[in-house]
Design a protein. Structure first.
Length: 78
């Protein structure tokens, strides 16, 4: 039981780190394109997520794919 709980916790932390990294990369892309503040860039990403009815992490991933032409790979990826 205890091992399974730790494995679940580790998987959740891994997912959170990967998701957050993609969001930060997308914010950086918006910063570079829009010449705005980090807060404004994050708010733009949030609005896009809300308007499209999609998860913030999914919108961030799509932005990265659009900007780079490749699926994002974080250093957390096995």
């Amino acid at each position: 039981m205890r091992v399974a709980r730790y494995q679940d916790a580790a998987a959740n932390l891994y997912s959170a780190m990967e998701t957050r990294t993609n969001i930060d990369i997308a914010v950086g892309i918006i910063l570079g394109q829009s010449r705005c503040t980090q807060k404004e860039a994050f708010e733009m990403l949030q609005r896009a997520s809300s308007t499209r009815g999609r998860k913030l992490s999914d919108v961030a991933r799509d932005l990265i794919v659009q900007a780079t032409g490749t699926t994002p790979h974080t250093h957390f990826t096995n």
